[in-house]
Design a protein around this ligand. Sequence first.
Ligand SMILES: Nc1nc2c(ncn2[C@@H]2O[C@H](COP(=O)(O)OP(=O)(O)OP(=O)(O)O)[C@@H](O)[C@H]2O)c(=O)[nH]1
Ligand SMILES: [Mg+2]
Ligand SMILES: [Zn+2]
Length: 322
Amino acid sequence: MADESAGAVRLAAEELSGLVVGSGRGGAYEVAVGDELLACSLRGRLKLATGGRLEQLAVGDEVTCRRSLDEPERGVIETVLPRRSQLGRGRPGKPPQIIAANLDQVMVVVAVAEPDLSLHAVDRFLAIAATASLPATIVLNKHDLEPTGEIAALVAEIYEPLGVVVLATSIVSGQGLESFAAALTGRVSVVIGPSGAGKSSLLNAVNPGYQLRTGEVMSIGKGRHTTTSSRLLPLDRGGYVADTPGIKTLQLIDGAVEPAGLQDLFPEIGSRSEGCRFADCTHRAEPDCAVQEAVELGEVAPSRYDSYLVLYGELEAGSRPW
Ligand SMILES: Nc1nc2c(ncn2[C@@H]2O[C@H](COP(=O)(O)OP(=O)(O)OP(=O)(O)O)[C@@H](O)[C@H]2O)c(=O)[nH]1
Ligand SMILES: [Mg+2]
Ligand SMILES: [Zn+2]
């Protein structure tokens, strides 16, 4: 006989270990338990033991759950294991969002064209990876649209000296796909980047079984997001990768980084700060600033310095007591 008491779900006694691979609407999570997928809700009283202030489940979270006795394909998440890492972003006027948890690395996917490359956007993606202490790779996709390779050369010139690997890829010519697949193998990765850059296309190319939906060429630049929710996918060659919806506005999480700590997210700026006259130099207008000198000498890319200034301004505004 059905239990009529409000919301009561009869659960099996056994606790199962699971991995959050997707989050649907209405607070339901898709949890992989072995080879099976359970649609799980979150135990109401669950206090997430994430160790951080960002208490929200994300793909990549490791959980324990119990199966519903009445609907065996459903379950309830009982506990969330502490996270090894979490990639998060701030959103204007909204609470911060955890993009994925327990990652080893971040693949920043941008296109040389369609949509146009924004170096400032690249810097924002790299900054949120650095906030999470995760290594990042730039995947410069649609190489076939830029046969001269000028943009690819510029990106390599700016970012490779910072220790960031830059992979030029194309799902049309096949260039770089083997390197991309090799970089994913055996690790837990996330692909992030603007809508239309080719994140889902690249994942389909390295794992044809995924058959992820990709956008029509016609829709590029019209702001349509083809991927609408994040999914963590197992890789044939080992490891996992999370596909995510394209990100338009990306801010550092208010409070996660202090303005004075921003320089540590820009290695070429943080490493020069010891040469500044003032120990608390912000590298904006102070005299005898080693960073501003390095920009003038062409040792720090102007685009990187501009990104630093813009993000500094945002952090300063965000931390202002209103
Ligand atoms: N010319 C060219 N087109 C590509 C390449 N990679 C992807 N595309 C096309 O770009 C469009 C967008 O690709 P998607 O894979 O849907 O892009 P996405 O980054 O997943 O976009 P969202 O899911 O909206 O974030 C599709 O029409 C793809 O066929 C490439 O290397 N070269
Ligand atoms: Mg997509
Ligand atoms: Zn300085």
